[in-house]
Design a protein around this ligand. Sequence first.
Ligand code: BGC
Ligand code: BGC
Length: 659
Amino acid sequence: MKRIITVFLIAATLLAGCAAPAPATVTPSLPPATGTTPAAPIYKDASQPVSARVDDLLGRMTLDEKIGQMTQAETNGLTTTADDVTAMYIGSVLSGGGSIPSNQAQDWQALVDRFQDRALATRLGIPLIFGLDAVHGNAHVYGATVFPHNIGLGAANDPALMEKIGQVTAAELMASDVPWNFAPVLAVPQDTRWGRTYEGYGESTGLVSSLGAAYLKGLQAFPEGYTPSAGQTLFVLATPKHFLGDGGTAYGSSKQNIIRPYLLDQGDDKMDEATLRALFLPPYKAAIDAGAQSIMVSFSSWNGTKMSANKHLLTEVLKGELGFKGFIISDWGSIDQVSGDYYQAVVTCINAGVDMNMVPTDYKRFISTMQTAAANGDIPQARIDDAVRRILAVKFELGLFEHPYPKLDTLAQVGSDAHRAVARQAVQKSLVLLKNDPKTLPLSKDTPLIFVAGQAADDIGMQSGGWTIEWQGKTGAIDPGTTILGGIQAAVKPGGTVLYDRSGQFDNAVDAKGKKVSVADVGIVVVGEQPYAEGVGDSSDPGLSSVDAALIDKLRPLSKKLVVVIVSGRPLVITPQLSKIDALVAAWLPGSEGQGVADVLFGDVPFSGKLSYSWERTNSQLPINVNNLGSKTGCDAPLFPFGFGLGTDDPPVPIPNCP
Ligand code: BGC
Ligand code: BGC
């Protein structure tokens, strides 16, 4: 029997190797039964080592089946043609931002399982792997726990908490049968004008390394009480992204235009290799040491060459030098950007080391191009086999062959109180106190009268930012949770009055006893940025909007003490308003648990966050960060340096009087 299998394997490999381009499919028949019960194929035997299962399965696969494994299509491209998953052996499906079946967790599960049905209907029954961007919790899903974006988690700088956030996110993903998360972002943003600044933990390489690895561990680890199948080593697959140089693109170097022209996103890193490595490689080393098994390539270029086409970085450095054993996935259609000639683009990128192509919609073109390139010998069979081996190994490590439908029956955990408590703690730890004139913060819960104003005060969508329900995020009550206003209202003791008006109209304000009031003990203005994602958020001038600046002016005379909370994906120029403000708090993009902001404003929890990005004094200082700061001091230095963050007992920090 063993000999027959071996002979069959060799034959199958040879056949696969010289298969003609589509549509002809070479189908190696299963080995004949030699007597009694035929033994189960090795690849289906969970007690076999992963390498033996991969070898066995690869040996049975046709070229078309292999190319299918290298293809990741998008739900929108497949919803009317889900049968293509079977017909074209598609190995992976993703949902892009805002690409949703409906937002309920159970609908997501049904969607994933429907695609899985199609994959299991193929000859060899290779399960597909479904992935999406749960970059701050599984925020595609209505009612999921939405964590602060990474900029806030960088300010919190708590690796143990990051691990916990990874676990919660994994649990909420697996409740919908999604075993793959395109996170963590290991960008080291050097210029806060970049629209993805908030997706990065901070401007310091060391900070990104430690937080990214901790989160990855949490995502991939088995939860307590979970019984993995034999050989399973991963719970949810993490994908550190975007390799390499993410956050280093030069201002003005982007050629992309989606919704509006980009400035930095998908642009060019102009630096030598030593600098590129020093700034951006250590987080990947840390992630690989922590068990990373898939990595996404950056849209960006390095000195004019797209990363997806860079064999030196993908194959020599990542797979060779760093010993990365998992698979490399492209970014969304990023291979298409490599050359106007699609055939050339595919050949270049696959040969450079990309193992799976996030197509995302035109999978037919990719598959037929691969078939032609393989038939022409432009992509060697060995390269295809290497890519497929890497992908299959991860599928085995995820236990997908044993549990293609995880169905853990944990839908009730999505947005549960226990999960929200973790997010609330993350919010508390992420807040950075930038200014506090004596005795402004913490606020007393007995404060008789508080005015609250500002566009971000009562808006879950704004405080959640991009990658929430929609790709670009959305303002308004898009998700359940607590707004910052809701948190303040809950914190104040009975007898105190909290009055809210978005645009600060308090002309006819009356207190709890119905008495007309004109000046509050405390005014809280919550200003900030409208939601955005990726290059759509690139900005030439990150600062307060004129409406927000005017609102601060308006509330100043109406408030004995004026507190300003900034809800934003990056530092915003605030210098002109600073002298009018008694206490200034950076709240970043806190997510669904706005209560965490009030917890700290009212002193239930002390301020502990420290800036993970330098806070510019003026727009003309940008880019400014720990790596280019040199010996700048005084008015040339940032307004608030990297690592800055006050406690409420700290003495006020003198601000230099600059022109
Ligand atoms: C982003 C990636 C993301 C992918 C899938 C791309 O536009 O750059 O970070 O994983 O889309 O949504
Ligand atoms: C998708 C995102 C993707 C983006 C890239 C959007 O349509 O929803 O996931 O990152 O396109 O352009």
